[in-house]
Design a protein around this ligand. Structure first.
Ligand SMILES: Nc1ncnc2c1ncn2[C@@H]1O[C@H](COP(=O)(O)OP(=O)(O)OP(=O)(O)O)[C@@H](O)[C@H]1O
Length: 353
């Protein structure tokens, strides 16, 4: 049945000008026995848009009873030249910061939770050797990965997020004596020797800084793009700029900057205080010509949820915080979808001897 053209012009919410037409989203429209059914398919997760999209489609069709089905088909996208893709992983997103302690791990865990709630299959690889915190933040600290024929089975948290951490292999006391090449090797082992189960987005929580370790990693890991986390403080911004430069040097696109600890809102009187300065991340993003993914306030519930591995509960209980992470995660997923598709995993490797 012909699709009503009125659907083509409907905007994808938070989609930066995308429409159902530009996304070729309407894959089927049918009317049978008085029932109307529309199937929309996207190249990114959209579960968080279900109510809005359903209402838009019903209003456009003038059919309150229309059934609107949302589907996502997330593909693998281009990485740096010459790197092999990881079995079971479509897209790797590096989460980095120049300076330590700015909230990179917090951002990783919450972006993972947001993407998962949006309907994506998500993995997290904790590469932060000197402070592996993902197992705690994602609520799997009491578990350890099973091994099967020399391969690791990532641990799954209650929301199905697949987690591997360098902290599962070594303890923090040992970590201080590890040198760059050892870290790089351990990380590659975790990435390539894990049985990732059809992961759409694997977020890699990198150690802070822009030294040899980060550079080696950005040259050896097939990364679709990076998210850089900073506080608005000058000292953090200088380092964040270095992190952006590093990614650009190795041809990894920076999907955006997330400003963390933007303001402190007094829970008693609601007064907003910019403890680390105002809008530093926003200005940095503008100067570097990369998107600002969001500005997250200093928040007690965020800190508490990270200490107790309760990102899912945080998102359920604090809709304002959840909305900031969801918007940042969606912008990241759109940036991934905008990259050229990678078909290398579809073709067998041809070896000429
Ligand atoms: N927006 C926030 N509000 C309140 N606490 C926060 C916020 N962001 C991060 N934190 C807390 O600050 C501490 C440091 O955050 P986190 O571990 O995410 O930083 P990091 O940049 O990954 O640090 P590292 O340099 O160790 O890798 C944690 O206790 C975390 O819970």
């Amino acid at each position: 049945m012909a699709q009503p053209s009125v659907l083509e012009t409907l905007a994808v919410p938070d989609g930066g000008g995308r429409t159902l037409g530009s996304e070729k989203a309407v894959v089927s429209f049918s009317e049978q026995d008085g029932r109307c059914r529309v199937v929309l398919r996207f190249a990114y997760p959209v579960a968080h848009l279900r109510d809005t999209l359903t209402a838009q489609v019903r209003a456009a069709l003038g059919r309150d009873d229309a059934e609107v089905v949302l589907e996502s088909r997330i593909a693998a996208h281009e990485v740096q030249a010459g790197l092999r893709t990881v079995h079971g992983v479509k897209n790797i997103i590096a989460v980095a910061s120049g300076k330590g302690g700015v909230g990179k791990s917090t951002t990783t865990a919450n972006l993972a939770q947001a993407l998962s709630a949006m309907g994506a299959r998500v993995g997290v690889l904790d590469a932060d050797l000197y402070g592996p915190s993902q197992p705690t933040m994602l609520g799997v600290a009491a578990q350890s990965p099973q091994q099967h024929k020399q391969r690791f089975l990532p641990v799954r948290n209650a929301q199905g997020i697949q987690v591997m951490s360098i902290g599962f292999l070594i303890d923090e006391a040992q970590a201080v004596v590890w040198r760059g090449p050892m870290v790089s090797q351990a990380l590659q082992q975790l990435l390539f020797q894990s049985e990732w189960d059809d992961v759409d987005y694997l977020l890699v929580d990198l150690p802070p800084g822009t030294g040899d370790i980060q550079l080696t990693l950005s040259q050896k890991i097939p990364v679709t793009g990076a998210v850089v986390v900073t506080t608005p403080q000058d000292i953090a911004l200088i380092d964040a700029r270095k992190a952006v430069d590093m990614f650009q040097k190795v041809n990894i696109p920076v999907f955006g900057v997330l400003e963390n600890m933007s303001v402190h809102v007094c829970p008693q009187c609601g007064h907003r205080q910019a403890l680390f300065g105002s809008d530093g991340g926003k200005h940095l993003a503008a100067q570097l010509g990369v998107p600002l993914l969001g500005q997250l306030p200093l928040s007690l519930p965020v800190r508490e949820a990270m200490d107790t591995g309760a990102a899912a509960a945080l998102h359920a209980d604090c809709p304002d915080i959840a909305a900031i992470y969801t918007r940042a995660a969606f912008a990241t997923a759109l940036a991934v979808a905008d990259k050229r598709r990678d078909f290398s995993s579809r073709f067998p490797k041809i070896v000429v001897e």
